[in-house]
Design a protein around this ligand. Sequence first.
Ligand code: ATP
Ligand code: MG
Length: 431
Amino acid sequence: MQNRTYTADAEPGDSVTVAGWVHEIRDLGGIAFLIVRDTTGKIQVKFEKDEMDDDLVETGLSVNRESVVKISGDVKEEPRAPTDVEIVPTEVEVVASAEPELPLDPSGKVDADLSTRLDNRTLDARKEDVEAVFKIRGEVLRSVREQFRELGCSEINTPKIVATGTEGGTELFPITYFGREAFMNQSPQLFKQLMVGSGLERVFEIGPIFRAEEHNTPRHLNEATSIDFESAFIDHTEAMDACESVVKAAYEGVAENCQDELDALDVDFEVPEGDFPRLTYEEAIERINATGELDEMLVWGDDLPTEGEKALGEDVGSHYFITDWPSEIKPFYIKDHDDEELSTGFDMMHPRMELVSGGQREHRFDRLVEGFEQQGLDPEAFDYYTKMFKYGMPPHAGWGLGGERLVMTMLGLDNIREAVLFPRDRQRLSP
Ligand code: ATP
Ligand code: MG
């Protein structure tokens, strides 16, 4: 809209036209106020009934909350107004009227349950705190991209429709692709690995992953955003360094550029300091057992149950890595240590949950094919991938970071669905 003034820019003495939503209507009798909201904030509009044109007053005050209005007028200083200024209108236009009954209250005074909120995301995201989550999410992605640039990565995009999954047929959504069976990709894993063997060497991708997970939890989505890194000529410890730097960069970016949003959310926000502790898997299970939180003691080879992750998170109290996992519970593409019981796989944890899985990759063709067979996968089906390991595949390492989990843990959100505009879960396929 030409010649529109944002509410935050309206200064006393200006003649302005603001456009936005009717946030509140306060009629005190002889005098009435509209609070108009736009993306920059809110401004008070004053109607003095006896001193103004009747039509103007009638139009301005008969409008329903959340209607879109365009108001022209003069900005005056007014210490009693929420922003110390108000508009005395000369023209009011109702651009798009809203029905009197709203499915939820965008002023945030009345809480709505998550399901109602997600069904009406447009209205929900008019709330300051919800808008703040998505502004911060945008800043997280911006800072992460910038850090990847610092690390010398090229951004890539890999296919989301694939012939085979990353780890076989489980957890995949099948689709029909011109009469052939295909799948929505559960991870860019194999494709990003193929690119470290190209001239790009070091890559990152931010894109959707699709997982047909049956479980319905506050930290799983069926479509999530994965932040992936992969680099030639590094080992798993250097991949962990990169991981730590990217996560810290996300926090630093938000601290630097999103103070208003953090205030709107009223979160306990701290940029992580110092090196993230690195525990081995063995230390991790010992520490979990020592907390006494689990009914049954963990033994070598067990995957960490959710309760165990929580107990350990509380014990450690900061982001941390778990390294040296048993080879048998890490995927085939992760390289083992010389002691083949142990893998170079690692997870990076927030005290509340897992954020990242990564590791050094198996780049030796014969070992890779053996790994497929050991996991009961047909290497032939992955020929497009394995064959490139015959033409000079450098040693490499990398990781995948859950974007929504990063935002969720950073902001202390209870449910991962709050970190996605239009979440996909078992029940929810629209909007
Ligand atoms: P979990 O054990 O917590 O279900 P995972 O080990 O199956 O996760 P990975 O395959 O290691 O997940 O994926 C790497 C990262 O991607 C995870 O650490 C997590 O942050 C994110 N992620 C994986 N699956 C999901 C999902 N269904 N919803 C949201 N984020 C996910
Ligand atoms: Mg994992």
